[in-house]
Design a binder for this molecule. Structure first.
Ligand SMILES: Nc1ncnc2c1ncn2[C@@H]1O[C@H](COP(=O)(O)OP(=O)(O)OP(=O)(O)O)[C@@H](O)[C@H]1O
Ligand SMILES: [Mg+2]
Length: 260
């Protein structure tokens, strides 16, 4: 795709964010094409969640600019919120609502009409194997069921950009497959997804492109196979590449030593 025809879902220019003396994100530049699945990889504390929260307008960048589909996040936070869906690392739902009541409430927040609301909620509940559990209290749901409700809630208003912070954590293989298939389906419909994950096979399987973050900076960016080629590790797994780039290849030695 030529540069002028490239439609950007996310444009992050020279963005930094500190918490006291901790530089959570430092001079980050990132352009994400519309309709792609983009993965944030990086060790704990590398700035993945902070970047996602800035994209969502939940945290204000100290400096730099963030645009979502051409809309400036700082100047037009409401316009951005209408077109994005977000599932945080540990979603907080309302314990004493049923799954259905919660989804109904979220649909009302987004102003969906009654029939659209009903159709979408029922479709998603069925797709996520929750259709016989929707009248139970959220407090009684397993972690994975709560995660699925949070994902459905983020999709009800048909966002153009979906931001998923470690979406597959705690999901059983079947539910993880449902979410992976859903992400592919959304991409085919032109919806952009950003996800963070520590499971590198997931990034390899689901993401068109990934960025490896480390100490708030972008270490590398490209398709998983591009990155392997550039690092001159064409036959390696993304995991080996990740460990090489983040200087943590000694982890393997530690794990090996522990196993002895
Ligand atoms: N609200 C906050 N107050 C203080 N420090 C924070 C806050 N949020 C993030 N940080 C710090 O910013 C850095 C980046 O954190 P962030 O949560 O973005 O990392 P992450 O890549 O999402 O890590 P993980 O893989 O563990 O989820 C860390 O050093 C963290 O301690
Ligand atoms: Mg995080």
């Amino acid at each position: 795709m030529s540069a002028e025809h490239r439609k950007l879902a996310v444009s992050i220019n020279n963005v930094s964010k500190s918490f006291g003396t901790v530089h959570a994100v430092k001079n980050l530049d990132l352009q994400i094409d519309a309709g792609t699945v983009f993965g944030f990889l990086g060790p704990n504390g590398s700035g993945k969640s902070t970047t996602m929260k800035m994209i969502m307008g939940l945290l204000k960048a100290d400096s730099g600019h963030l645009n979502i589909y051409g809309i400036n996040v700082t100047n037009n936070p409401w316009d951005v919120k209408k077109i994005v869906g977000y599932v945080p690392e540990s979603p907080r739902l309302y314990d004493f609502l049923t799954g259905l009541e919660y989804l109904d409430f979220i649909a009302d927040v987004y102003g969906l009409d009654a029939s659209t609301k009903k159709t979408r909620i029922n479709e998603f509940l069925a797709a996520f194997d929750l259709e016989n559990r929707e009248n139970e209290m959220i407090s009684g749901y397993s972690h994975g069921m709560q995660q699925k409700i949070a994902i459905i809630a983020a999709l009800l208003h048909k966002p153009k950009l979906l931001v998923l912070d470690e979406p597959l954590s705690g999901l059983d293989p079947k539910s993880a497959k449902i979410v992976k298939d859903l992400i592919h389906k959304l991409a085919n419909e032109g919806i952009t997804t950003i996800l963070s994950t520590h499971v590198l096979e997931i990034a390899d399987a689901v993401c068109d492109k990934v960025a490896i973050l480390y100490q708030g900076r972008k270490l590398a960016e490209g398709t998983p196979s591009q990155l392997r080629k550039e690092a001159k590790m064409p036959d390696s797994t993304l995991e080996e590449l990740f460990l090489k780039l983040t200087g943590s290849s000694d982890i393997k030695d530690i794990v090996q030593a522990l196993g002895k």
